[in-house]
Ligand binder design. Structure first.
Ligand code: SF4
Length: 167
């Protein structure tokens, strides 16, 4: 029996990283608020997920980074299962809400797209995707970082027609 039916009229939302919408779910208890993304949520056009919390990890928590196919916390604990579970939960929300686009926090071992921390906990970066971003993309969901989305919005605004229509 399905327990989480979001009901009619809520299809087609954008999935966003909860920390971008101002939730204090970052590993250190902080947020990564982007006001424009919070506005998407406040207007009912987006739904938030924090895959690491969905995976059962507490906030605050130790930072984690991807090392190949695994995810490891800074104390050496393997948290791959929690990250994968959180990714599956985020995908479930995507499907339930009809999301075709996800705006996810850059560089995160869960939410990062294209570039993530290198697994050495030294601030270095490598090419790669977070566990959730990877699963969503493999499942046909378009993923943008917050900056990519902001840039696309700015480009859309600047491309707005300002010439008078032909007569
Ligand atoms: Fe933000 Fe994603 Fe990290 Fe949660 S898992 S704090 S949503 S970057």
């Amino acid at each position: 029996m399905e327990e989480h039916n979001p009901g009619p009229g809520r299809k087609g939302k954008i999935l966003v990283s909860a920390c971008l919408a101002g939730e204090y779910c970052r590993w250190d208890g902080g947020t990564n608020l982007v006001p424009e993304i919070k506005s998407l949520v406040d207007s009912g056009n987006a739904v938030v997920v924090c895959p690491e919390e969905l995976g059962g990890l507490p906030t605050p928590r130790l930072p984690s980074e991807r090392i190949g196919g695994r995810v490891v916390s800074s104390d050496g604990r393997d948290v791959t299962a929690e990250f994968r579970y959180g990714a599956e939960e985020a995908l479930w929300v995507c499907k339930e809400e009809g999301c075709r686009l996800a705006i996810l926090k850059a560089k995160s071992p869960s939410c990062g797209k294209g570039i993530i921390h290198n697994g050495l906990f030294d601030g270095g970066l490598v090419q790669g995707d977070g566990v959730t971003a990877q699963l969503l993309m493999e499942s046909g969901i378009a993923v943008m970082t917050e900056q990519e989305w902001l840039d696309s919005q700015a480009a859309s605004s600047s491309a707005a027609p300002n010439d008078p229509p032909c007569s």
